[in-house]
Unconditional design. Structure first.
Length: 337
């Protein structure tokens, strides 16, 4: 299973091992290419049959990816890909590397039904239906610590208890509409408080939003948040907002649900499959500052705390147990076992 340095992958491996699946974790090829090639050869006689890759970025160069996949298939491995992202976050153009990889994969785990056609359009090739299993991204319940009350979390961030807090969480990237959120917050009254929290991945975007802060009710925390500190920002907020221009898998949405927070989101990609209008959140009509502003105001007129509780209960359908059952079934199908 590649790569090993991601919490989702580590949790997946742990749960699969409980079911008797033998797992070997391997690093990305950026610094471990020789080790990965040798290990792949030496492990084959010990019963390993599948190479499960989660992101194409594990291969820094196309030639390295092609050489490895060809070698692995030559000696009898099946190649499985969990499609967390159809395309790179900042590259929406057709990509030869992705197309070649997809055409040489033996089996696909695809998050959400909406992404099947999206992937086929991107790689410009239909995918055989017997090579696909639709899976949902699991909930984050019991993964991240969740012990703080809202009052305790706000005290830690110095946010007044009477504020209506909207959280934009995750890596600072342009496709997430962070600049749009900032514009909407600049037009809201001081009873609303916005949080933009995440590691900077787009330095130009960060400069833009940082230079246009007009009011004191928007706080930016430009850093990677430690796992044990995620609860501070989720528990301090009332609602989580996602203003994607495009999305394959929204882990942030499941994270919000795990902390009993409703979602405000644009209606793109998989969001129609994981946001229940009026129950777990609301869709924003247009990607404009005015539409975002009005949606924020409207949500706080609703019983948003009940929506948070409904969101948590809805997230129960995305359990790790169901995911593991689907993964094991998929492994069996690709091996005809």
């Amino acid at each position: 299973m590649i790569p090993l340095n991601h919490q989702y992958i580590q949790k997946l491996a742990k749960e699969l091992r409980k079911e008797g699946i033998k797992i070997k974790m391997m690093k990305s090829f950026h610094y471990s290419a020789p080790y990965n090639f040798i290990a792949t050869l030496l492990l084959k006689p010990f019963g390993y049959k599948i190479i499960h890759i989660h992101w194409i970025y594990v291969f820094p160069f196309s030639f390295l990816m092609k050489l490895y996949i060809k070698l692995a298939k030559l000696i009898g491995y099946k190649i499985v890909w969990t499609v967390h992202n159809v395309h790179p976050h900042e590259n929406f153009e057709n990509n030869e590397k992705t197309r070649w990889f997809a055409k040489n994969v033996d089996y696909f785990f695809i998050h959400y039904n909406s992404n099947v056609k999206k992937l086929e359009d991107y790689i410009q090739c239909p995918i055989e239906k017997n090579k696909i299993k639709i899976i949902f991204h699991p909930s984050f319940e019991d993964i991240y610590t969740n012990k703080l009350t809202q009052e305790e979390a706000r005290d830690m961030l110095d946010i007044p208890k009477d504020k209506k807090v909207i959280l934009c969480f995750g890596q600072i990237r342009r496709y997430k509409g962070i600049d749009l959120f900032q514009q909407a917050m600049n037009s809201l009254t001081e009873e609303y408080f916005g949080l933009i929290v995440g590691e900077i991945k787009d330095k130009e975007l960060f400069k833009e939003i940082n230079s246009k802060l007009e009011i004191p009710n928007l706080q930016i925390v430009p850093k990677r948040i430690k796992n044990e500190d995620i609860q501070i920002y989720l528990n301090a907020s009332d609602v989580v907002i996602t203003l994607y221009t495009d999305i394959t898998t929204s882990g942030i949405t499941l994270l919000a649900y795990s902390f009993s927070k409703p979602i405000l989101s644009t209606r793109v990609g998989c969001m129609s499959e994981i946001l229940v209008e009026g129950k777990t959140g609301f869709f924003i009509a247009d990607r404009t500052p005015l539409a975002v502003k009005n949606s924020i105001i409207q949500l706080f007129k609703e019983d948003y705390k009940k929506m948070g509780k409904d969101s948590y209960m809805f997230s129960k359908k995305f359990s790790w147990t169901l995911l593991i059952d689907s993964i094991i079934q998929g492994y069996g199908e690709v091996l005809n076992e």
